[in-house]
Design a protein around this ligand. Sequence first.
Ligand code: SF4
Ligand code: SF4
Ligand code: SF4
Length: 184
Amino acid sequence: MADKQYAIVLDTKKCLNCKACTVACKFENFVPVGDDTYRIWVTEMPLQGKFPRLHQEYQPSQCQHCENAPCEKVCPTKATFRTREGVVLVDYKKCILCKACMAACPYDARFVSDLHEAVEKCTFCMHRVSEGREPACVETCPTKVRVFGDMNDPASDAARLLSSRQHYQLKPEKNTRPRLFYLA
Ligand code: SF4
Ligand code: SF4
Ligand code: SF4
């Protein structure tokens, strides 16, 4: 049987910018409070329309779990690696804090963790997924912006969305082949 291939599909039109996902991630993963220590963030997109009919969308994002991950390529100690399920992780014990991966990541998804004394980032909450639970950000979002699932399972909600809805990825010109898919 083929390995699972995990992905997150996002519908940004549902995002309220409440930032519950960012708080849930910090609590779940013991991410320190601070403006430059985050595994997940919400970007406020430019205002659209004309006053008074203005409209704004929000774009939540995190590590893209790139299939062609520049962070993995530059890591001199192989601390950064991809699992068989396509999840990019960091082995904190192997990280020498050279920060090459931080410079190589086109999505600015990594930061130095005082807790781990290593570079860290989103893990797709693999500690929860291995117990059959959803990632904390997926579970917490009140409007269910994110759908997490196995792209290889045609019956999964993630695979169904990808086969039935138009979608795009961030910075496709970087050829990173992200595992985050945004519904158009
Ligand atoms: Fe947007 Fe959901 Fe995050 Fe709130 S929890 S900011 S709605 S993605
Ligand atoms: Fe690596 Fe950045 Fe891609 Fe995540 S988004 S896999 S940290 S290059
Ligand atoms: Fe944070 Fe887990 Fe969501 Fe990644 S999947 S952003 S680690 S809550």
